[in-house]
Design a protein around this ligand. Structure first.
Ligand SMILES: [Zn+2]
Length: 453
């Protein structure tokens, strides 16, 4: 077999510069492949070389730029891309890191990491790159867990959403909203609308939702829309009402199945059909026409009705104005007037103090960090059986890896058995039962009596 990869697991690998997951499972992954009879396809130099060329061209780099940036001779790189030369694992790491893809994307073009689009570096900004890189690392984590049998407890159901046939795009989006409402049984509006929606998306559609703090100026949201591992990432650095729209927008991408496998949203300007569709989905899903009309019928077109709509839908002021405009309750001039007044204008115009206070609190609700529950559970079992290191789990939970490891170790398999099994035991003596009150209920540690002198 000419052009086979020479993999030398003993060799020191290139250290990742970013605090993401890449490279951490990689050696384990290669061992897995070596032991699975899978190696034939993977080490076939021509397919790996071809994939490197494809990824490089998608990213918009010339062979000489890639060679120069990874310390390779350009002729060697060309020969490598033609499948005429053996690869060293270190070379694959360097190329993967430079192209901001998982090494698995190079070795297994058909895997999820291999299917994800490559960010175009030419006009790319570093911040969206970091989010795309985050998605790629999550896809890599999923892949490693999947090949080791750690599957999601709830299968992804996004493929069941209605496909677009001959309808207009608006009719198609209306159909998706109906479908989503039927599946999610979206709970009645309230203060926890975002948390409720995120949980419903996970438990009913099998789609992970993660809310995490990203770097300054990072995109508001991003998603992997591939049905093998659907995933929504929401930037925690926005108010809860804005984040709710972000979540619904990414859900729109997910259900719209537009042929892209991932999306990174820096803003929600509707410059393409996909973006318009995702916005239309989010608006119709979060602010149903019937709800809006009911409020207008009841309260008229008074400033108070705007406040009631905001509270009922838990959306931002700007999002509500956008919706009223596309439902034709206001015209372009009306929209611009309301935009100019802003939410400060609305709050000022409200004569009702209680309503103002409630609205201010609602619009300023902060967003809580939220780990993706399906992936976290899979990752947890991956840590327990040694498939993955503690780091990706610590990353999902936003904990220090060493602290988390200590917690897991101090829990130990015995205590897990106690929880999984029958934890009942013979009754305590009266004295022991009384002493049960002597502990701090939050730490279960014995409380020393405090004396005052
Ligand atoms: Zn979008």
């Amino acid at each position: 077999m000419s052009g086979a990869i020479a993999i030398r697991p003993g060799q020191r690998c290139h250290r990742p510069r970013r605090g993401e997951f890449f490279f951490r499972f990689f050696w384990g992954h290669l061992y897995f492949l070596a032991g699975s009879g899978h190696t034939g396809a993977v080490v076939e130099g021509a397919s790996v070389g071809g994939q490197i060329r494809r990824l490089r061209e998608h990213a918009g780099f010339t062979a000489s730029k890639l060679a120069e940036s990874t310390g390779l001779d350009v002729d060697a790189l060309r020969s490598l891309e033609d499948g005429g030369q053996a690869f060293e694992a270190g070379t694959i790491f360097r190329i993967a890191e430079f192209l901001k893809v998982s090494p698995i994307a190079i070795l297994e073009p058909d895997s999820l990491p291999g299917r994800l689009p490559v960010a175009t570096r030419k006009n790319g900004d570093g911040v969206s790159d970091a989010t795309a890189w985050r998605l790629a690392s999550l896809a890599e984590l999923h892949h490693v867990l999947r090949i080791n049998g750690h599957l999601a407890s709830i299968p992804a159901r996004i493929g069941e959403a209605p496909q677009r046939t001959s309808q207009t795009w608006q009719e198609h989006i209306d159909g998706l909203v109906q479908w989503a409402n039927a599946q999610l049984e979206f709970p009645t509006p309230g203060a926890n609308r975002l948390v409720d929606l995120a949980s419903a998306i996970e438990s009913r559609l099998g789609v992970d939702v993660m809310v995490e703090t990203r770097e300054k100026g990072a995109p508001l949201g991003a998603s992997i829309t591939d049905s093998e591992f659907p995933f929504i990432l929401v930037n925690a650095d926005q108010s809860a009402p804005r984040a709710l729209f972000t979540l619904a927008h990414e859900l729109g991408h997910m259900l719209n199945q537009d042929g892209h496998r991932s999306h990174v949203d820096g803003h929600f300007g509707g410059s393409t059909d996909n973006e318009r569709s995702a916005n239309a989905f989010a608006a119709a899903f979060l602010m149903p026409e019937t709800d809006i009309e009911e409020i207008i019928t009841k309260h008229g077109r008074d400033v108070k009705s705007l406040a009631y709509m905001l509270l009922q839908c838990s959306v931002s002021y700007e999002t509500l104005i956008y919706r009223l405009h596309n439902l034709r309750h206001i015209n372009t001039h009306g929209r611009d007037q309301l935009k100019k007044a802003g939410r400060a204008g609305l709050i000022h115009a409200l004569k009702d103090d209680d309503l103002s206070r409630t609205l201010i609190a609602a619009l300023n609700t902060k967003l809580a960090r939220r780990p993706p529950s399906l992936l976290t559970k899979r990752c947890w079992s991956g840590v327990v059986d040694g498939t993955v290191s503690i780091r990706p789990l610590a990353g999902l939970l936003d904990e220090d890896p060493d602290d988390l490891l200590e917690k897991i170790n101090s829990a130990g398999p015995e205590s897990t058995k106690a929880i999984n099994g029958d934890y009942s035991s013979p009754p305590d003596t009266d004295e022991a039962a009384l002493s049960a009150y002597d502990v701090d209920p939050t730490t279960l540690q014995r409380v020393e009596e405090l004396t005052y002198s």
